[in-house]
Design a protein around this ligand. Structure first.
Ligand SMILES: NC(=O)c1ccc[n+]([C@@H]2O[C@H](COP(=O)([O-])OP(=O)(O)OC[C@H]3O[C@@H](n4cnc5c(N)ncnc54)[C@H](O)[C@@H]3O)[C@@H](O)[C@H]2O)c1
Length: 315
């Protein structure tokens, strides 16, 4: 099987490329990535000489390049995105270019070359926010109420993918995952920031009151879910991927400090992010029921391993 993976030099994309080439000896990956500040060839260490992996530097909005790469492709998995909410607040334009226009260019080419599956990687942020003290969880049928420019651009991409399925019959599937952690995540994101600042005894910025709740999943559990959905999904469906592992930022930062044996006075409250979503939580029932998926990496183990990965220099 030949896969076109976009964004395969980023955090989740690179973990997925390592995972899929390791698991399936007959799969080939064309890995299209623009190598923005968030992408790194270091994430693909050990794969650059692999004959089943072809890395191409380029942008998903480049229709000519995307068309050239699409020939003979069975499955497209679109990870490529601008992914940092704070950056989307400062500079929304590039989020629209990559996340919306780029997805539409890929959808057009996938249609033209009659791929067997177009897999759109999406996020729980498309649903908007939940109340801090509620027990509610988003299902796949919850209304889409994105609050940040990042979330709005990802929602637009989901809706385009849905429309290409409904209008043109393109075989599409979408999965919406909660916050990922694990190796190869860019240091600007929350967990790497906490670990790296603690390592160097630097203040750790915590937005506002720190009571922002996220549902944390290990990136390899996300990759396993994508693999399962890619192979066993129903076409045209959306699947939530959530581990039922909610943590307030402040408690998670304390847990990391405890693992590292660092003092809590490193935590420093900073001015809140505008429009900051209070809580995300996903209902996983559909994925469990239809595809028998459950997360397999305990948070204690996964987090300790992640701390070790960053403190030992990313190896
Ligand atoms: N990180 C999370 O917690 C999380 C959770 C749910 C969903 N997602 C989604 O998963 C996907 C991957 O997220 P991530 O955390 O790995 O992001 P990331 O920022 O680490 O990686 C994104 C990759 O896309 C590449 N890229 C950016 N613009 C591009 C363009 N125009 N053309 C080609 N490549 C481009 C970058 O170079 C980078 O390698 C995104 O679609 C994101 O919305 C992420």
């Amino acid at each position: 099987m030949r896969l076109l993976v976009t964004g395969g030099a980023g955090f989740i994309g690179s973990n997925f490329v390592h995972y899929i080439l390791g698991k399936y000896p007959d799969h080939e990956v064309i890995d299209l990535d623009a190598l923005t500040y968030a992408g790194s060839l270091g994430n693909l260490e050990g794969l650059m000489d692999n004959p089943r992996h072809r890395f191409v530097q380029g942008r998903i909005e480049d229709g000519r390049l995307v068309g050239e790469l699409m020939e003979g492709v069975d499955v497209v998995i679109n990870f490529a995105a601008e992914s940092h909410v704070d950056r989307s607040i400062l500079e929304p334009q590039v989020f629209i270019e990559t996340n919306v226009v780029g997805t539409q260019v890929l959808l057009d080419a996938a249609l033209q070359y009659k791929v067997r599956l177009f897999y759109q990687i999406s996020t729980d942020e498309v649903y908007g926010a939940l109340e801090l003290n509620s027990t509610e969880r988003f299902t796949e049928d919850s209304p889409l109420r994105p609050n940040s420019p990042y979330a709005a651009s990802k929602t637009s991409a989901d809706l385009l993918a849905r429309a290409y399925h409904r209008t043109y019959g393109l075989p599409v599937v979408i999965s919406r995952c909660s916050n990922n952690y694990g190796p190869r995540q860019h240091p600007e994101k929350f967990i790497p920031t906490v670990i790296l600042n603690a390592l160097h005894d630097k203040p750790i910025p915590i937005y506002g009151d720190g009571l922002y709740v996220r549902d944390w999943i290990h990136v390899l559990d996300h990759c396993r879910a994508i693999d399962l959905i890619m192979n066993k999904r129903r076409i045209g469906e959306v699947y939530n991927i959530g581990p039922d592992n909610e943590w307030a930022n402040i408690d998670l930062a304390r847990k990391i400090l405890q693992i590292m044996g660092k003092p809590e006075d490193l935590l420093q409250s900073v001015t809140d992010r505008p429009g900051h979503d209070r809580r995300y939580a996903l209902d996983n029932d559909k994925l469990e029921r239809e595809l028998d998926w459950k997360p397999s990496i305990s948070f204690d183990h996964g987090l300790a391993e992640t701390v070790r990965w960053y403190t030992e220099g990313g190896k």
